[in-house]
Design a binder for this molecule. Structure first.
Ligand code: NAD
Ligand code: DAU
Length: 398
């Protein structure tokens, strides 16, 4: 969209706020101003600009099909989208596997902007019904089997079914029922592993080299997406975030799992030497980046989203114990994960440069908020564990 920089808007000094809004509405309607610029110009939040424009009938309505929206990142994303955009209706299509929890969206229970459909992306007929009955503008696909340990210990087929076959269904249906953009959520794991001393980071051009069954299925999904873009012109944009942390993450993943164990005074099992490194990204920062990609990202392109906070696992474990006031003697070392990737780290300069996205949450601040959330919502953890039938098996294996 060609936009006019807010600094170029001429407004006489005595202009009232109402008149400024009218001017902004006009420019927005002419596609000469983005929401972000309008917010900067009026010196209010983007969500407030949306409300004002919505009241004036200036905002087009959009339907966003969010796949896997009851999981960790998906539910955080839906909250963000709905609270900021009164003109957006979300159709949330989720199978509700052990990792999906409709209670993550309790706050939206009576909100007409949120419609929930419990179904499987690998079920072509179910998915087709949504495309047949809904005029969809954007699709954001979070639906996936996501836990590396589970992909290693016995359930690889589920990963192929959802992360490859499910993606094929989505792409095939978009061919028949065109949309403005399909945002495909991938992962930094598709690039393979870095070593601790490597001085380069993974850019979007880096060749794919997945090294565990989970990342292999994610790389396959990406390859299908790009092939449908090149072959059929399907408007796909791929996002590759680094390790997320934050509220509502299923407690088999490092941060909530370790909070849970520490709360119970149990040892925290660090795989191998505990020195594997991840680049931590607060989930709300990730959702802000994904939203930017949805509205403004170029089709056919890939955007890395990294938090810039590289930490060894042992350091994260130490911080969690410290935040909970638990003894460091709870640190324990256990058998390593098979094929355990040593380090992931992204070069995120493309999204920073092209879409002006930056992570806003320091790891110290984000981790403290996250740990506090799990402590205050401990019943959420216990309920999640009761739902995940295989949990004890994998936990025991660790
Ligand atoms: P999650 O496991 O918390 O949630 C996945 C959601 O998808 C759940 O609600 C689940 O019910 C749903 N789902 C699974 N299979 C489905 C199917 N066949 N049909 C419909 N719904 C289905 O995952 P997450 O951590 O929120 O990850 C979301 C996406 O982001 C995934 O694609 C993942 O690969 C990617 N990702 C995650 C991280 C991370 O650190 N969590 C980092 C980078 C990328
Ligand atoms: O990098 C992005 C990926 O991050 C996403 O694509 C995946 O969906 C997501 O699950 C996550 O994968 P990881 O394997 O990095 O996350 P996990 O929380 O399982 O593990 C983080 C690190 O902590 C990893 O090095 C393994 C280690 N670990 C994990 C657990 C659960 C332990 O040492 N002990 C544990 O008990």
């Amino acid at each position: 969209m060609e936009t006019e920089h807010p600094e170029n808007i001429y407004i006489p000094s005595k202009t009232s706020f109402e008149e400024k809004i009218d001017r902004v509405s006009d420019l927005y309607g002419q596609q000469r101003l983005t929401l972000e610029d309008a917010a900067a110009f009026l010196d209010i939040d983007e969500s407030e600009v949306c409300s004002l424009l919505h009241q004036r009938g200036m905002l087009p309505s959009y339907t966003v099909l969010v796949l896997g929206g009851a999981g960790f990142i998906g539910s955080n994303f839906i909250h963000r989208l709905i609270t900021r955009h009164p003109n957006v209706r979300v159709v949330n299509y989720d199978k509700l596997t052990y990792a999906g929890n409709i209670k993550n969206l309790t706050a939206l229970k009576d909100n007409p902007q949120h419609v929930f459909v419990q179904a499987d992306i690998a079920n072509y007929e179910s998915l087709r019904k949504v495309f047949e009955t809904t005029r969809i503008d954007y699709i954001v696909n979070f639906a996936a089997e996501t836990h590396v340990d589970r992909s290693i210990h016995g359930h690889t087929k589920d990963f192929i079914q959802t992360n490859v076959y499910g993606v094929f269904n989505i792409l095939s249906l978009i061919r028949e029922f065109p949309v403005t953009k399909y945002v495909h959520i991938s992962t930094d794991e598709v690039y393979g592993a870095l070593q601790k001393d490597d001085t380069y980071l993974f850019t979007e051009e880096y060749p794919l080299s997945p090294r565990n069954p989970y990342s292999a299925t994610k790389a396959s999904g990406d390859a299908l997406c790009l092939s449908f873009y090149h072959t059929y012109g399907i408007p796909v944009t791929i996002v590759r975030p680094s390790n997320n942390y934050g509220p509502h993450q299923y407690p088999e993943k490092l941060v909530p799992y370790f909070v849970h164990l520490a709360q119970q005074g149990k040892p925290l099992p660090l795989y191998g030497d505990g020195k594997h490194m991840r680049e931590w990204l607060f989930v709300r920062d990730n959702c802000a980046g994904i939203e930017k990609v949805m509205w403004q990202g170029k089709v056919g392109e890939i955007y890395n989203i990294g938090g810039g906070n590289e930490r060894e696992n042992i350091e994260v474990a130490r911080m969690i114990l410290h935040l909970l006031g638990k003894p460091q003697s709870l640190l324990a070392f256990t058998e390593d994960r098979l094929g355990h990737d040593r380090r992931y780290a992204l070069d995120s300069s493309k999204i920073q440069r092209e879409l002006a996205w930056r992570p806003e949450t320091s790891f110290e601040e984000g981790l403290a908020d996250t740990v506090a959330w799990y402590v205050n919502n401990y019943e959420w953890i216990l309920e999640s564990l009761r739902r995940g039938a295989l949990y004890e098996h994998y936990a025991g294996k660790k």
